[in-house]
Design a binder for this molecule. Structure first.
Ligand SMILES: [Zn+2]
Length: 430
């Protein structure tokens, strides 16, 4: 049997475990949670002169919100006013405060920490966190905002070398009816994040996906900050390229790897659908091998197992009478080869091969893909030389992905932005 060791404190205080407080009594009302009455465990220092007080004046009870301790509790703080006995001090008396419950606070620090933890580290929605801790939605928001103010670094004090600009839709599309004309307007709530590609930290989140939001954000940075940025990675469909020349004229622009690979996959899917219409005169069905294995066509060719490449060969043998589907697949794979090259000479050779495969395929989908590659060739070269891509940031930043998934919980764009910034800062620091 284990003998108890250590300093003896009363059981209730040690179980309740709120620093700087001791439990003086507990009452069990028939309706409502247990009431825990606490007081501070040592005399406070005067907030003006710092001299520790020894004489108490009156007291009052303050209700403070706290975490559940073996179930919901209501905490009442028997809070004293103390005399300041330092003759030289202008303050005559003061109410005590603690690190857990500073002046004007209505809740314990450990409750606020738990709320921030739930939203930022565990990625729980604010509304869900509020009901789990039986506090108001506003209280959770306030705790997160306070943590943002205390913890977010000053962006202008950082000096990122490589930026990534990435847009995403943060809520589903909504329609609004114009009351006068009766017509419906489509509203897509887009957000653009600006990321430090070296650290993966989100530096800014701006509304919309056009260049004005990002432009205003960049203009707000000091000139030296902007001059220190060497590369910006963007997605190839964005209107950013032209505008970046204005905001960051000395900065090389790279096109993002991930977005190019998805353009290749898009061409693959369109070619499969169009070929089905042209060859069979109908949409793909489960009996068609190309349709049944449509995801296999999109997988990275070099990662296919023996079994998977065997199935892929079967698809081409059984369901590709013109050989066009396989030709498009080769184009898609060659684009991936091109993006993995390590030098401009290798990239140029890979581009020649891509061109030959595109000509062999003779499909509108791959012709379009090749035109995009040519239009963005300068930016692809920057990508190959610098490796500036948002893909690795996306992969590291699972936290951001999780927020995007729970984004439906955020009605307010400002709150959503602060949670993204905060999550990213916490993850970068970890
Ligand atoms: Zn004093």
């Amino acid at each position: 049997m284990n003998e108890p060791t250590g300093v003896a404190v009363d059981a209730a205080t040690s179980i309740f475990n709120l620093p700087d407080y001791r439990v003086i009594s507990v009452s069990m009302p028939t309706d409502g949670p247990r009431q825990v009455i606490v007081e501070t465990d040592q005399p406070p220092g005067c907030p003006t002169c710092g001299v520790v007080a020894s004489r108490r004046k009156e007291r009052r009870f303050q209700r403070i919100r706290d975490i559940p301790v073996a179930g919901a509790v209501e905490v009442l703080w028997s809070k004293y006013r103390w005399y300041c006995e330092e003759a030289a001090c202008p303050r005559l008396s003061f109410f005590e405060s603690t690190a857990q419950v500073p002046r004007h606070a209505r809740s314990t620090g450990r409750l606020r920490d738990h709320l921030v933890e739930a939203v930022i580290r565990s990625g729980r929605a604010v509304s869900e966190t509020a009901s789990a801790f039986t506090v108001s939605w506003w209280m959770v928001r306030a705790a997160v905002n306070e943590a943002c103010v205390l913890n977010l670094p000053d962006v202008d004090q950082l000096s990122p070398r490589m930026l990534g600009i990435d847009e995403h839709r943060f809520r589903s599309v909504r329609y609004f009816r114009n009351p006068e004309s009766g017509s419906w307007t489509r509203y897509e709530p887009w957000m653009t994040t600006i990321v430090d590609l070296d650290t993966g930290q989100v530096l800014g989140v701006v509304d919309g996906r056009d260049h004005t939001g990002v432009g205003d954000w960049l203009f707000a940075r000091p000139l030296e900050w902007r001059l220190a940025v060497q590369v910006v990675a963007i997605d190839p469909s964005a209107a950013f390229r032209k505008a970046l020349r204005m905001w960051l004229p000395r900065t090389a622009v790279a096109v993002d790897h991930f977005h190019l690979v998805s353009l290749g996959n898009q061409a693959m899917t369109e070619a499969r659908q169009n070929l089905s219409q042209q060859v069979k005169g109908r949409r793909g069905r489960a009996v068609d091998k190309a349709w049944a294995h449509r995801m296999l066509l999109l997988r990275a060719g070099d990662t296919l197992t023996g079994n998977a490449s065997h199935r892929l060969a079967e698809v081409f043998a059984a369901d590709d009478p013109t050989g066009r589907l396989q030709a498009v697949w080769k184009v898609k794979e060659q684009l991936r080869v091109l993006l993995r090259t390590a030098s401009l000479a290798d990239a140029a050779a890979a581009k020649d091969e891509l061109k030959a495969l595109v000509e062999a395929a003779g499909r509108p989908e791959t012709n379009k893909l090749y035109r995009t590659v040519c239009r963005w060739w300068k930016e692809i070269e920057v990508l190959i030389v610098t490796g500036a891509t948002t893909a690795k940031v996306e992969a590291n930043n699972t936290g951001i992905k999780q927020i995007k998934r729970t984004a439906r919980g955020y009605r307010n764009a400002g709150n959503y932005k602060s949670v993204i910034l905060m999550t990213s800062a916490v993850r970068t620091a970890a």
